[in-house]
Design a protein around this ligand. Structure first.
Ligand code: BGP
Length: 480
């Protein structure tokens, strides 16, 4: 066996990642309908706002700001942004299509031509610069109409609407898009179902029953999208997308180790097991029994899920989680969206997300040796407050350090034998944060002059990390 001394394979897919609702703006242009992100206000409590009495999925301009309505105006500035991605040498650009640009209410029989034409322009611009798009079919933007009328993924009816949408875009872009993913961070619904499932459970409701039934609908829908993709674009690759975070036990107490293992099964593996292996794992059956979850399955569901599994696993990686069986409330660090106890060996970002590059090597090994399918890191990055110096420079050395250590971790994992397709750093251009709806939580190589109070010119500026990432790509990960 010959071992190459190059750390990343030829053709490694370097690039950046975004989502429609966090960059586009133009929320009511081109006949677009409203989606969940359009009605969630900015601010830290935004993922919980739907639980407030009186919340009715309408836009309330009196009370709230809606940062995603303008976002960073990619809808009008995509040419300038794509030129900057090309300057960094991107091989791929991960983006999503807004369901509501194509089917404004989710229920129409025919797609909206203006929405389709917008993404044609974006894909053409990417190809002009030699950049391949990687498209997430649904990234946290359920059409509001489907939420109001059907309860989002609670309803089996949404499967048919989703299939129509998936077929419309697969058909339209069959010559332009080779890499697809079905649902962004599908497993995140365990923590915040509003974003990926388009509903939230009510107090007193059987939470797990609702969530797992909705998962089942999404699994069927995902398999139908894989089926459609195989028919329409046989040489495309279509993956799932999960939020991956290795779960560590707080200590060597076997009770804590078991608890961490169970959390890892239900959080990291459950969705991937169904997507990749095509079946519900036995540990989940036990979980259902113990939590009185009874899934309603239709004839043919199990066979469909078994037959139409994904080609690769796309995943986001930001942090690891440390778990303990009986944790006291004061031991919990919220980490914003994922709960665990503080890991004494790790530092956290300004938003409490524990920084753990070795965790990336660990999860790459765990996923690869469990599934033996190619992996794709489609999100990773550091949300930070950036400062523009008087001379206009933005010296984000902390971001470079974060990214460098994670790229090193990928190189180690590749040497461990992991089959890794590529790396798209999250928020390659500053964008609206998903969990906080703020602009001030910045991830980009490109700074966007836009602030939490809505002020700013939207002007783009290259940060120090822009020049660093350009070198990394040019050297295929050798020059860090
Ligand atoms: C993931 C989402 C993204 C993104 C990212 C960073 O969970 O897929 O949409 O936003 O996390 O999160 P945040 O924006 O909350 O910092």
């Amino acid at each position: 066996m010959s071992v190459s001394n190059k750390r990343f394979p030829e053709g490694f897919l370097w690039g950046g990642a975004t989502a429609a609702n966090q960059i586009e703006g133009g929320f009511d242009e081109g006949n677009k309908g409203l989606n969940i992100a359009d009605v969630l206000p900015g601010g830290k409590g935004r993922l919980k706002v739907v639980n407030e009495p009186g919340f009715n999925y309408e836009i309330d301009h009196e009370k709230h700001r809606y940062p995603n309505h303008e976002a960073i105006d990619f809808y009008h500035r995509y040419k300038e942004d794509i030129a900057l991605f090309a300057e960094m040498g991107f091989k791929v650009f991960r983006m999503s299509i807004a369901w509501t640009r194509i089917f404004p209410n989710g229920t129409e029989l025919e797609p909206n031509e203006e929405g389709l034409a917008f993404y044609d322009r974006v894909f053409d611009e990417l190809h002009k610069h030699g950049i391949e798009p990687v498209v997430t079919i649904s990234h946290y933007e359920m059409p509001v109409n489907l939420t109001k009328e059907y309860g989002g993924w609670r309803s089996r009816d949404v499967i048919a609407f989703f299939e129509r949408y998936a077929r419309a875009i697969l058909n339209r872009y069959k010559d332009k898009v080779k890499y697809w993913m079905t649902f962004n961070e599908i497993n995140s619904a365990m923590h915040f179902p509003i974003m990926s499932m388009g509903f939230t459970t009510k107090e007193g409701e059987h939470h797990y029953q609702a969530i797992f039934q909705a998962f089942h609908h999404q699994f069927v829908a995902s398999s139908l999208a894989v089926k459609a993709c195989r028919e329409i674009i046989p040489d495309a690759e279509i993956g799932c997308m999960i939020l991956a975070a290795p779960v560590y036990s707080y200590d060597s107490n076997p009770e804590n180790v078991m608890h961490a293992l169970q959390k890892e099964q239900m959080f990291n593996y459950f969705c991937a097991d169904v997507h990749v292996r095509g079946e519900y794992p036995a540990y989940a059956q036990r979980f259902f029994k113990e939590h009185d979850v009874k899934l309603e399955l239709h004839d043919g569901d199990i066979e469909l899920i078994k037959e139409f599994t994904v080609d690769y696993i796309g995943f986001s990686y930001y942090m690891s989680i440390t778990e303990k069986k009986d944790k006291k409330p004061e031991e919990i660090i919220a980490g914003n969206v994922l709960e665990g106890v503080k890991n004494p060996f790790l530092q956290a970002s300004d938003w409490g997300w524990e920084i753990d590059p070795t965790g990336l090597r660990i999860i790459l090994n765990k996923l690869y040796y469990r599934y033996q399918v190619p992996l794709f890191v489609v999100e990773n990055g550091l949300g930070a407050n950036d400062k523009v110096e008087e001379d206009g420079s933005i010296n984000d050395d902390y971001r470079i350090d974060y990214l460098r250590s994670h790229v090193e971790a990928m190189a180690e994992a590749i040497e461990d034998g992991v089959d890794l397709m590529g790396y798209t750093s999250w928020g390659c251009i500053d964008l609206v944060s998903m969990s906080t709806g703020e602009y001030s939580k910045r991830y980009g190589f490109i700074y966007v002059d836009k602030h939490d109070d809505g002020s700013g010119t939207l002007e783009r500026k290259k940060k120090k990390s822009f020049h660093w990432y350009k070198k990394v790509i040019a050297s295929n990960g050798e020059n860090l």
